[in-house]
Ligand binder design. Structure first.
Ligand code: TYD
Length: 208
C-alpha cells in the first residue's frame, strides 16, 4: 500500500479552508508525515499563470473555456507535483481539486457534469483523493467573510445565488461519495472545526 495520502480541501469561497490548511499541514508534520502543500488552480509555474487568468475579474471567458483551463492546470499539477510526491511516499494536501470543478463549473456555471466527468477521466484516469474535507458554511457566512476582502477575484465577486448552487453541488458530491468526502461544519468555533478535522484525519493516520 502506498505510504503517502492525497488529501484535498474544498468549500465555497469564505468557508475558511485556508485557515485550516496551514493547521492540517502542521498536524501532519507533528506526527512525522512528509507533506507537500499545494493548490488549484495552480501549484506549477504554468498552473499559477492559468490561475492568474482564471481569477482575473477583467477577463471574460466561456464557461467551457473556464472548465478546460481548470483541467489543463490540473493535468500539469498531477504531472509535476501530485504524482511525483505520492510516488515518493509524501502526503499531498491540495487546496481544492476536481470536486471544485463539479461544484463551480457545473453547479455554479451550469455546465453539464457529464462533460466534466469526461475531462476527469481523461486527466486523472482512476486517481481520486484518499480523503476530501468539505468545509461547509451557509452561503451568508461565506458572503460575509468575502465582503471583508478589498480586491475580490472573478469568483469572489459572484452573487449569493451562484454560491448557493456551488454549495448544493458540493453537498450532492458528498452524498455521492460518502466514503471519500467528509463534511466539516465550518460555521462552528475554530476549536470545534479543528477537533472535527483531527477526528476525520485519524483513520488515515492510523493506516498511513
Ligand atoms: P480559492 O481556492 O478560494 O483561493 P483564495 O482563498 O486564494 O481565494 O480560489 C480559487 C477559486 O477558483 C475559487 O473561487 C474556486 C475556483 N475554482 C473553480 O471554479 N474550479 C476549480 O476546478 C478550482 C480548482 C477552483
Amino acid at each position: 500500500m502506498k505510504q503517502g495520502k492525497f488529501i484535498t480541501l474544498e468549500g465555497i469561497d469564505g468557508a475558511g479552508k485556508s485557515t485550516q490548511l496551514a493547521w492540517i499541514v502542521e498536524l501532519l508534520q507533528r506526527v512525522g508525515r512528509p507533506v507537500v502543500m499545494t493548490r488549484e488552480p495552480g501549484g506549477t509555474a504554468l498552473g499559477e499563470q492559468l490561475r492568474a487568468l482564471l481569477l482575473d475579474k477583467t477577463m471574460t471567458m466561456h464557461a467551457e473555456t473556464e472548465a478546460l483551463l481548470m483541467f489543463a492546470a490540473r493535468r500539469e499539477h498531477l504531472d509535476k507535483v501530485i504524482l511525483p510526491a505520492l510516488a515518493q511516499d509524501q502526503w499531498v494536501i491540495s487546496d481544492r481539486f476536481t470536486d471544485a470543478s463539479f461544484a463551480y463549473q457545473s453547479g455554479g456555471r451550469g455546465l453539464d457534469s457529464d462533460k466534466l466527468a469526461i475531462l476527469e477521466q481523461w486527466v486523472q484516469g482512476g486517481l481520486q483523493p484518499d480523503l476530501t474535507l468539505f468545509f461547509d458554511v451557509p452561503v451568508e457566512v461565506g458572503q460575509e467573510r468575502i465582503s471583508q476582502i478589498k480586491n475580490r477575484d472573478r469568483f469572489e465577486q459572484e452573487q449569493a445565488d451562484f454560491f448557493q448552487r456551488v454549495r448544493i453541488a458540493y453537498l450532492d458530491r458528498a452524498k455521492q461519495f460518502p466514503d471519500r468526502i467528509k463534511i466539516i461544519d465550518s460555521s462552528q468555533s475554530l476549536a470545534g472545526v479543528k477537533a472535527a478535522v483531527e477526528q476525520t484525519l485519524q483513520p488515515l493516520l492510523n493506516y498511513g
